[in-house]
Write a new protein. Sequence first.
Length: 341
Amino acid sequence: MSCSGEVYSHDYSDDNLIQITPSIKQKLNKAKYGVSNHSAVELCHWTKKSFSDEATCYKHKFYGISTHRCMEMTPCAMNCENRCVYCWRPTEFYDTLEMPSDLVDGPESIIHNLLEERRKLVVGYYGKKNVNTTKLDESLFPEHYAISLSGEPTMYPKLPELIQYIKTLKATKSIFLVTNGQEPDMLNKLQKENALPTQIYLSTNASNKNMFYKINGPRHKDAWERWLKSLEFISFAKTRTVLRMTLIRNFNDGESYYKDFAELIQKGSPHFIELKSYMHIGMSINRLEESNMLEMNEVRNFAQGLLKYLPNYSIMDESVISRIIVLQNNNRFVSRWIENY
């Protein structure tokens, strides 16, 4: 797939490794991504805020994650099976569903290179005013890895080894993995090879097949069936599980969807459900309107509507600035705090 006159967003270099092309890499670098071949890292908005003691992200409020020591990264910066309408990442540049095992970087190489790319991004903050230098020093040794950022991380064929390697790093306390559910076999492989992250997020944006295709724009013909297999995995996964629901006005926010969403949720029986409004930022502004965002009271109303069909769940917490509410499973209870897990 080409986009705006661009060549393919991957090429195969002389050493036979998948690489993002220089033109796309330049765009990502301009957007403050650190890039290494097919992987990338970024300092998110909240991490930057935390450097100046201004704010922390909802992962800190909900689960106790240290914002300034969170490393948001991906082994698949430009690979994804979906073209989600709400995604604020550059899905227009995604071009392939193939990541051959012999053409990808190894886990140690990815983490080593991305830590260095992240260090370069952090160093730029040392000269700024009102920065907590102690936090900057600590941030160079991440405690938490969020494997998400861009693309679909479960497409990376060596994901079990990647997670296992991250766990060996001295500073590591937790790992979150966000997936669109299109690679259920990889999720099962993580469990089989004792490589599960601390918490798995399954994106859950549709209550039926037609809605799924409209919102997620999947490239696989059996995308809905793949997602249902991933939902089944969530029900027996031997780690913490979350269904993350992005609510988009006029797509999936109506009260007529409460019951169908609740039936899916009961099948997966996740420990937590994050209900979050779509945010009109990044590349998504070219696909959706600002009016597609929900107000906080509307997210609360949706939560209350779901709870009518989910007697085993209750509201755990909320973040107004991020327009998100978390529901907790009282039958499959785990402590919200990662340090207690």
